[in-house]
Design a protein around this ligand. Sequence first.
Ligand SMILES: Nc1nc2c(ncn2[C@@H]2O[C@H](COP(=O)(O)OP(=O)(O)O)[C@@H](O)[C@H]2O)c(=O)[nH]1
Ligand SMILES: C=C(OP(=O)(O)O)C(=O)O
Ligand SMILES: [Mn+2]
Length: 625
Amino acid sequence: MTADTHTRDSVEGANLSDRPSPTTHPGIAEFVAETAALTKPERVQWVTGSPEEWTELTDALVATGTFTRLNPALKPNSFYAASDPIDVARVEDRTYICSVDEKDCGPTNNWMDPQEMKTLMRGLYDGCMRGRTMYVVPFVMGHLEAEKPMFGVEITDSAYVVVSMLVMARSGTHVLKRIEELEAAGESPQWVPALHSVGMPLEPGQADVAWPCNETKYIVQFPEERAIWSFGSGYGGNALLGKKCYALRIASVMARDEGWLAEHMLILKLTSPQGVVKFIAAAFPSACGKTNLAMLRPTIPGWKVETLGDDIAWMRVGEDGRLWAVNPEYGFFGVAPGTNQKTNPNAMDTIDKGNSVFTNVALTEDGDIWWEGLENTPAKATSWKGEPWTPDSEELSSHPNSRYCTPIKQCDILAAEYDDPRGVPIDAILFGGRRRTTVPLVFEARDWTHGTFLGATLSSETTAAAVGQVGVVRRDPMAMLPFIGYNAGHYFNHWITVGKENDAAKLPKIFYVNWFRRDEDGGFLWPGFGENSRVLKWVVERMEGQADAVETPIGYVPTVDSLDVEGLDMTRDAVEAALAVDAEEWQAELPQIQEWFEKFGDDLPAVLWTELDGLRARLDVPSGG
Ligand SMILES: Nc1nc2c(ncn2[C@@H]2O[C@H](COP(=O)(O)OP(=O)(O)O)[C@@H](O)[C@H]2O)c(=O)[nH]1
Ligand SMILES: C=C(OP(=O)(O)O)C(=O)O
Ligand SMILES: [Mn+2]
């Protein structure tokens, strides 16, 4: 299969579909025919996105035991799935950026020569879809009406992936028609071939399993070809290829080449009591609070939050010199545990409308779902491992990375601007992570370059969103560590260049937040969730020149009185503790940042070394200390 190029030759390849191939786009037809020839499926089905097809797919998933239909009275048209315990999260050590030149992959990614990887994976793909249906999912990330729609075609042998993609991305025949319209108009619409297989062929007569997958997993991006090959996992970020693989890893390479930004960010619209509207983007690592902040219900009177997205932002400098962001996704794929009517009522209202898929949560006896932190703890339930569960169980009812997958259009606070292909002009960017010490609740960068330094040195405790140890502090630059599709040093330079080539006054102001600082007893210093609206208020007032701050070695920190804590059950000392900048703790960060920067050698923009020297000097540490 040559996904290397989208050759335009007409193709003689056998079209196995029992429905005529609805496309004249030779590239796509060739991609499909050649993949079918390699993977040898029983049949090929072009995904249309029709309601009848949804019924057919979900009924089939219920029949194989992958899906359990939830009680329609509680969650209409919604389904529960439990994965194989070996397939519960993104697998960063099986994720590759196979650039032609290893240097372009950089020190934070896994690399293999692309031809070597293709030979290896063709061996895995050979016959891997035997006994299965090969689905062809035409989709677009972002708007179909965008000036340059970002198309994709995901081939997959997982109906679970098809159903999830139908929620998470604009998919189906109408997308294919748009490609053909553009073709007919003489354009050459860009589309990303994305091949996925669970890697479990079925021999004649062999029954399928509820969660087919393979111990051998590869999640591979070929950046120069803008192609994605995934094998062996059926889970989220590994298999819904429009999300992390396309909209971040491949898109970050496109953005580098074309001068825009593809970032792991939520987008929210904040309206003050006076009617001042600000658009805020925030980059937090997986499971560090993006979805919650994106759908925040403010606790301070008169403030309103509307959402445009909870995970990915594509940002381009507009004619007006401002950074305009769109959310390329069409659904939310949120962490379930900890989500409830108090912490995220908007997410709960969205999933209560139905049409959603829940993975690795618990199943209750009345045909609903439950997870740790949700109201109405059931007396007993079935855990994600399929075992009986009660509140006294040792085991968790739901996996820490269990997810809800739900249509964004169901969200009551979806901003009207979500439907505008231009997106929204970003006023502030927040970087943030999960740090129990050191990082204060919020502080403002000195300027764009300093803000890039803050993003490039962002640190956070690892979470269950990726396989591996949890709670280990690591550098996670711009919260993009697992998603940068190229050399991270070049990525930092790309951020610096955006700052250099544009009017700083028009670019977003950069801030840094930390909801997760703990006191000596291990409790959270800050209540978080809806109370984070107080931090957003300070951010807005800083931009309007109305909030005080004290200059510290790390940036501008709110004075205690400039943070609205009215009605918060917090002592002044507690607020001061949440805002404290401890020089010793930050001095301890310096060698970690030094070691992190040394990874990049001369790929690191010199200006970031200058920023580190500046921080060191402001912390009264002699350089080289
Ligand atoms: N303590 C605390 N936990 C939070 C806060 N916001 C989110 N969380 C928790 O962080 C976890 C992941 O949050 P989520 O918004 O799904 O993260 P995302 O993967 O970045 O979108 C959930 O368990 C939330 O309950 C907060 O402000 N304070
Ligand atoms: C969707 C994922 O990440 P996030 O927690 O950032 O939403 C994922 O890890 O697959
Ligand atoms: Mn998320």
